[in-house]
Design a protein around this ligand. Structure first.
Ligand SMILES: *Cc1c(COP(=O)(O)O)cnc(C)c1O
Length: 364
């Protein structure tokens, strides 16, 4: 059997993201944008009951969950696709819509995994630099050519924090050719408080080439269960469903998502706590002298340039794991109040050392 077809796609080395590291359990984990708290108490109960049924396959059509999500969001059942996390769905979108030679336009620096997933589908990544920490929609539009199949908009942008506004995004969507699919990655939707930022679902109407991607991994605290959903007009959902890996959305994922949807009050409380902590952490870091853009996610970004790697190592010595993007910055996930206090104390101490050593201060 010829392996050339395989070789022309990505090698394992290309596909496994370099950032994946086994977390050190002795550190406070502020590196992966996970929720600070475990799953909602009512969800834990449902999961405990579900364990009795693991001998049974999940409902692969996830009929009940699809209907529930559709009712919840006010869309049709045929407009909802489910996947193993939003990453699973991102990969499905790439496989469904791209061929060898296709191009995918996406913001950069953004979610690490985008280029890997684009290559898995045999497509060519076309990164477009951010402008003022946001997706540069004009530059992304200018990067679209006749080979472009998909454009990813990460709103708000991970790892930097700010998002693009409603008018700007709507005007961009109006100018993207309708042969190009636009994927609105709203992984942090629940944490958004900027009134100017859109709910992507309101932009779907009359736009058959747009899809909204959301997840139960972040605000709902279900990252390990792999549960994401995509909302789009039926033709996109049908195409995405054709690439679904059978049984990849587990019984636990489905049951936990159903329980989470009916626990919105519990959720709101937690998300509010994280948003309050996000504002407190950013204000404290700013007053220590760091440069921190506003964030609409459960994380903040310290623009540290060449000092990023050193800062990450310093924080590890204080027992805190953060995500370092070498030579660009450090992303810090918002944890519990106590975890954030440790972070702030560590960052303050690092800052004082820098100042007293007369070292280069990134904010200067
Ligand atoms: C965390 C994150 C996701 C979520 O991934 P899951 O596969 O749903 O866990 C998707 N997009 C972005 C930008 C993220 O930061």
């Amino acid at each position: 059997m010829s392996m050339s077809g395989l070789r022309s796609r990505a090698t394992l080395h290309d596909v496994v993201p370099a950032f994946v590291r086994t977390p050190d359990p002795s550190l406070i984990q502020l590196a992966a944008n996970e929720a600070a708290y475990g799953p909602l108490p009512s969800v834990v109960e449902v999961l405990a009951r579900e364990i009795e049924h693991v001998n049974r396959y999940p409902d692969d059509g996830a009929v009940e969950l699809r209907h529930t999500i559709a009712d919840w969001l006010g869309v049709e059942c045929a407009e909802v696709a489910l996947g193993a996390g939003s990453l699973g769905l991102l990969e499905q979108v790439m496989l469904a819509l791209c061929d060898q030679g296709s191009e995918v336009v996406y913001p950069w620096r953004s979610f690490d995994v985008y280029p890997q997933l684009i290559r898995v589908a045999g497509a060519t990544p076309r990164p477009v630099p951010l402008r003022e920490e946001r997706n540069d929609l004009d530059a992304m539009l200018a990067s679209i050519n006749e080979r472009t199949r998909v454009v990813i908009v990460c709103n708000p942008n991970n790892p930097t924090g700010p998002g693009v506004g409603r008018l700007e995004l709507a005007s961009f969507l109006d100018r993207v050719p309708d042969t190009v699919a636009v994927l609105l990655d709203e992984a942090y939707f629940e944490y958004v408080r900027d009134p100017d930022m859109p709910d992507g679902l309101t932009l779907l109407r009359d736009r058959p080439n747009v899809a909204v991607l959301r997840t139960f991994s972040k605000a709902y605290g279900l990252a390990a269960l792999r549960m994401g959903y995509l909302v789009a007009r039926q033709p996109i959902v049908e195409a995405v469903d054709k690439t679904h890996v059978t049984y990849s959305v587990s019984r636990f994922a489905q049951a936990a998502a159903l329980a989470s949807i009916s626990a919105q009050d519990e959720l709101r409380e937690r998300v509010e706590a994280t948003v309050r902590e996000r504002n407190r952490v950013r204000d404290a870091l700013l007053s220590q002298g760091w440069e921190v853009p506003p964030s609409e996610g459960n994380f903040v970004w310290l623009r540290l340039g060449a000092a990023s790697g050193g800062f990450g190592k310093d924080l590890e010595r204080f027992g805190v794991a953060v995500k370092v993007v070498p030579d660009e910055g450090v992303r810090v996930t918002i944890g519990t109040r106590e975890e954030n206090d440790v972070l702030l104390e560590a960052a303050g101490a690092v800052r004082e050392d820098l100042v007293s050593a007369g070292g280069h201060l990134p904010a200067d």
